[in-house]
Design a protein around this ligand. Structure first.
Ligand code: MN
Length: 729
């Protein structure tokens, strides 16, 4: 069994059990010598020499049959951080590869971060990114963490808890993902111990109390199985096993089960030589004992995402339930040591970091995703990076299948869209539907382990919808959908801006103004505020999106007034000097008469008017042409506009504008009304049944008939306007 506190001799013994090459041994010795001299005089909190730590880290790595460079990395992992040795020096002494491993393990300086959380996140990100480039970095980190956890007793309680929590949150899940259950289980139990000693001891005591009874049951069952295997001449190793304490605790709390329910499951493992032997053994067991339906799992045909392979079955024998795992030696090594077993060092075969990274990516799907997450962009907030790592990779626990049997690991609550984005971003974007187990389902269906998911896609389809953001669970899918929209907006905006530029150019061509004199972001800066925009691009965007007329823009900037009509200019100048009487209308010879303007024809000063004597409502003033009084003769009296008349009061007048519909039409009309100093009260636009003619019913307030005529004549000049009429109701 492995030593919990190894010496240099233990390390070398362990190393030499699988490394014979003299150069490699010499390199490891050289690393040891450097670590020894650099850590000289340093001590750990326990009082032991610091050097014990790197020796043990290297020793743990050697139990995983790590290659010589990784062992050196383990010995040197704290040298850069704690002893002022630069990465360059390391490179000179041990070469690029080892220097990179050591650098990957080195914490970043804590200085520039605003709080501990940020530092923590940033630090992890560095490790993960290094790991995404070379898996051996995390192997060293795991060994480092394991030894630190073993020696945590000497830390202050608060630190013990913090480190333990981090171990459970980050390191144990990585060990699990890499399939290194040996390390994962020990890390979990150690962290459990420091986080909740009371519970830890309680479960440990329960386990201890039941141990002999349990062992008796297991041994009896083992004997029965041995007899069968022996009779059929199948090679095997068989042993009982117990769950580690933390996994019992987790099942009790998460699945809300009693201790007995978990612990009374008696677990037996059978190791044999070939895949075929596994199925053979399974066959005999199912023939001899009563298998519990629905509990058989074939992880040989369909390995778990962390490469785990095994047959699992549960049988009932004399009232006891036995969980039986059947696998080959190779599978067992992978089940215990995971990636490390797969890449265990073989003498004479050169380790190719790049190739094994690729191999790892092919074998471990999540690792590929880790690489993808780490690749996205360096500006990504470290906390966000850790969050998506946590959510998408560590908390993944639903396993679904593609139609071809590829296992995809997703977090609980994931939907077919999450699955689609996992497969490929384009599959996600082009999704139009999903089949789960052959049945068409809504896209927000929550997937369960074992579901076979098939996506329906359409090239150049509608693309993602905003609603998808509410449906998807993984931050991977979320970020892809967001990126899609950001991109699209950017593209759209770019198009609108280009369009705006074209519209202005067209206007400039019409007026024979040189583009260069005009379309200049510097020059335009002065005018931005006139059009209530912040940047030159915003200005172009406003034109392109038809909220600003290029004519108006060019007018303003080229200093040419729209109002070239001299009469209008005269009017505007004159109107400033006029003085005014109160009533506005004179009824010759009568004083104190109540005078009202008729609502049907809305007379305005300057109109030809007549008075109509109403019954009890005084005199109503109509325009002469008003059809409502055409036939009246008796009650009509003469009225006149007071020549001096003008007040702050304005008169409302209704007009109707007909025009051939075009873009900017509305904005041109409104602009013209404003430029003529009339106030728009309301405007109602519609399109005539011919679909060509636009009709605007406009109520504006103006000063008098002269003003009115100028507005109308200018409106008639607006391009494509066919007629302007005054309305009588
Ligand atoms: Mn360390």
């Amino acid at each position: 069994m492995y030593k919990k506190n190894a010496t240099y001799e233990d390390l070398m013994l362990s190393v030499k059990s699988y490394i014979q090459n003299e150069e490699s041994i010499a390199l490891i010795q050289k690393a040891y010598e450097l670590a020894k001299s650099k850590h000289e005089g340093q001590f750990r909190r326990s009082g032991e020499p610091y050097l014990n730590h790197p020796i043990n880290v290297a020793y743990i790595l050697s139990t995983l049959n790590s290659n010589p460079a990784t062992i050196c990395g383990g010995l040197l992992h704290d040298v850069c951080e704690d002893c002022d040795v630069s990465v360059d020096e390391m490179k000179e002494l041990f070469g690029e590869e080892i220097a990179r491993l050591v650098d990957g393990c080195t914490k970043i300086g804590a200085i520039k971060f605003k709080d501990e959380k940020e530092y923590f996140a940033e630090n992890h990100r560095k490790i993960f990114i290094a790991m995404a480039k070379d898996i051996r970095v995390i192997m060293i980190k795991l060994a480092d963490r394991l030894h630190n956890m073993r020696t945590l007793d000497f830390m202050p309680i608060e630190k013990q808890k913090k480190i333990s929590k981090e171990t459970l949150d980050v390191y144990a899940p990585i060990a699990h993902r890499l399939g290194i259950s040996e390390i994962k289980n020990e890390l979990e139990d150690l962290a459990f111990f420091y986080l909740d000693k009371e519970k830890y001891y309680e479960i440990a005591r329960l386990v201890e109390n039941r141990k002999s009874e349990r062992d008796a049951f297991i041994n009896e069952m083992i004997k029965k199985i041995e007899d069968i295997l022996h009779a059929h001449n199948i090679p095997y190793r068989i042993f009982g096993r117990s769950k580690h304490l933390y996994s019992i605790y987790k099942k009790m709390t998460k699945k809300n089960k009693r201790f007995e329910e978990i612990f009374d499951l008696l677990a037996i493992r059978i190791i044999t030589s070939t895949d075929l032997n596994c199925y053979e053994i399974l066959g005999y067991i199912h023939a001899m004992f009563m298998p519990i339906p629905g509990r058989f799992k074939d992880y040989i045909a369909m390995p778990k995402p962390n490469m785990y392979q095994s047959l699992h079955t549960t049988i009932l024998e004399e009232g006891s339930i036995f969980e039986i795992q059947i696998r080959t030696e190779d599978m067992d090594a992978i089940a215990e040591k995971g990636v490390a077993a797969h890449w265990r060092y073989k003498e004479g075969i050169k380790f190719n970091a790049e190739e094994s990274q690729k191999e790892i990516e092919a074998k471990l799907q999540w690792f590929k995703e880790l690489v993808a997450i780490s690749d996205v962009d360096d500006n990504q907030d470290a906390q966000q990076y850790m969050d998506s790592l946590q959510k998408d990779i560590f908390e993944a626990n639903v396993y679904v299948l593609s139609p071809r049997g590829r296992v995809i690991e997703l977090p609980n609550g994931s939907t077919p869209l999450d699955f689609a984005y996992r497969i490929h971003t384009e599959v996600g974007h082009n999704t139009i539907g999903a089949l789960v187990n052959g049945v068409l389902v809504p896209l927000n269906t929550v997937l369960k382990t074992g579901d076979v998911v098939e996506m329906r896609t359409q090239k150049h389809g509608r693309g993602p919808s905003e609603d998808w953001l509410k449906i998807v669970k993984t931050s991977h899918a979320k970020s892809k959908i967001r990126a899609y929209f950001t991109n699209k907006q950017r593209e759209n905006r770019a198009e609108v801006i280009k369009n705006g530029e074209e519209l202005i150019k067209e206007e400039l061509r019409k007026r024979q103004i040189h583009e260069k004199d005009f379309l200049d972001s510097k020059k335009m800066e002065h005018y931005l505020s006139d059009f209530a925009v912040n940047t030159y691009e915003d200005l172009l965007f406003a034109v392109g999106s038809r909220s600003l007329n290029p004519t108006t823009l060019v007018d303003k900037i080229s200093n040419k007034k729209v109002i070239q009509d001299n009469a209008l200019l005269d009017y505007i100048n004159k109107s400033k000097t006029k003085t005014i009487s109160q009533t506005g209308i004179i009824v010759p010879g009568i004083e104190g008469m109540k005078i009202v303007l008729a609502g049907c024809c809305n007379p305005i000063p300057g109109d030809e008017i007549v008075g109509f004597i109403t019954k009890g409502q005084g005199v109503k003033v109509h325009r002469c042409e008003c059809p409502n009084i055409k036939n009246e003769t008796k009650r009509i009296i003469n009225v006149e506009w007071d020549e001096e008349f003008s007040t702050t009061r304005k008169y409302e007048v209704d007009i109707i504008v007909y025009a051939t519909d075009r873009s900017f039409l509305l904005s041109d009309i409104i602009t013209m009304i404003a430029q003529c100093k009339a106030n728009l009260v309301n405007i109602h636009g519609s399109v005539a049944p011919d679909k060509i003619t636009a009709i605007f019913k406009i109520r504006m307030s103006i000063e008098n008939n002269e003003h009115y005529r100028l507005v109308v004549s200018n409106l008639r000049k607006v391009n494509s306007v066919t007629s302007v009429e005054r309305t009588i109701h």
